[in-house]
Design a protein around this ligand. Structure first.
Ligand SMILES: Nc1nc2c(ncn2[C@@H]2O[C@H](COP(=O)(O)OP(=O)(O)OP(=O)(O)O)[C@@H](O)[C@H]2O)c(=O)[nH]1
Ligand SMILES: [Mg+2]
Length: 248
């Protein structure tokens, strides 16, 4: 079995962090990347049994994830599981990711059911799905989910990425596809129980559109690698990723 580390980015998550860590520790060891929290999140995480990295000042979820990947690589882990600290990702679903990881995927994303989201989130995720699928020229059912498993080679590749905020997770999908790494999905529970959000809607939307536009340009036919299949890298529906894009 591969060695897997859970990386949990956390910013002012004192309310849920202990419960999340304890449940994750039933499956894999935990690294929390605390990002300048002022509510005692780091101390609570350490007391719950996690290793804690602290970033000061706050640098964003993407920067925190990359710091976690760097640490996991140093420690020799084969893969990381990322999940949110706010209780929206159920650690009891970790075995689904571990099972999917046996299939040698580089990126496994927990796919949520948008119909189970509050209306504003449902709308934002649906629009984001349409826009990013257009940009990547492939259907991407859920690009915002933070519940993921990443291979070592994908982590290594992402160390060169400079996105610091939530957009990092969107850019990660584009990187995976462009590299012809393997991407797959597992269905996960969609949990909204009044958690507070750190998303700034205007900044997030602008950054999302910027990434989508850059992705659209990067995947235009003339920018894609030659059409020869590479190690059978495939989209989860069986369409080859590394051939010419199917839609323009
Ligand atoms: N390290 C770090 N983590 C962050 C930062 N902002 C958010 N997070 C963490 O990222 C996870 C997701 O943040 P949320 O604000 O809940 O975003 P979301 O779940 O995508 O969006 P919602 O649907 O609004 O809940 C949580 O574990 C947060 O603590 C940050 O600046 N730094
Ligand atoms: Mg959340």
């Amino acid at each position: 079995m591969n060695r897997i580390l859970a990386v949990i980015p956390a910013y002012n998550e004192a309310e849920h962090i202990v419960q999340v860590i304890r449940a994750v520790l039933d499956h894999v060891p935990v690294l929390v990347v605390d990002d300048g929290s002022t509510d005692g999140t780091a101390a609570l995480a350490a007391s719950a049994g996690a290793e804690v990295l602290t970033q000061l000042p706050n640098q964003g979820k993407g920067a925190a994830l990359r710091a976690g990947f760097r640490r996991a690589l140093e420690l020799g882990y084969d893969a990381v599981l990322t999940l949110d600290a706010d209780g929206q990702h159920d650690p009891r679903e970790i075995p689904k990711f571990l099972a999917a990881a046996r299939g040698s995927a580089d990126l496994i994303i927990g796919q949520r059911d948008f119909t189970r989201m509050p209306p504003v989130r449902r709308l934002a995720n649906t629009l984001g799905q349409v826009l990013f699928s257009w940009a990547l020229r492939q259907h991407v059912p859920d690009n915002q989910s933070g519940y993921r498993l990443l291979s070592r080679r994908l982590m290594e590749t992402l160390l060169g990425n400079s996105e610091t905020g939530f957009e990092f997770e969107v850019a990660m999908i584009a990187t995976c596809v462009k590299k012809s790494f393997r991407l797959t999905w597992v269905p996960i529970r969609t949990i909204y129980a009044g958690e507070s959000s750190h998303i700034d809607p205007v900044r997030h939307t602008l950054n999302f559109v910027r990434i989508a536009w850059a992705t659209r340009r990067a995947t235009r036919p003339s920018a894609m690698p030659p059409a020869a299949p590479v190690n059978g890298a495939r989209w989860n529906n069986g369409a080859a990723l590394n051939g010419r894009p199917s839609r323009r």
